[in-house]
Design a protein around this ligand. Sequence first.
Ligand SMILES: [Zn+2]
Length: 134
Amino acid sequence: MKDKLRKTANEWHDVLTIEQFHVCRDKGTERPFTGKYHDCKDPGVYRCVCCGQPLFGSDSKFDSGTGWPSFLRPIADGNIDTDLDVSHGMRRTEVLCSRCDAHLGHVFEDGPQPNGLRYCINSTALVLDPDPAD
Ligand SMILES: [Zn+2]
């Protein structure tokens, strides 16, 4: 079990933009095709914008046509948490950063085989690290 990173809402406001706070701490959703990574094919590791934890590798990113960055799998199972989300009259599985509990997006069961999963993630919650070895 990793150490959790915990901050108050005010502390998060100090380090995040309004949009980042809305998505990550207030479980918001960016409008499709507006995020900076939905169409990005650059190699690297996508980290949590709140705490820097590696979340998804560019090698598992695929073009889902939804307008949000979509991934087949997390970079490591322990790096994300999932939770049942019944808001907005839907039953969805929420995806969170396991370190700081940032809301990242949702995982759906309509992805490509063999896993059939589509991690639908807000660009706003991510920052692409093009050279993660450093
Ligand atoms: Zn995080």
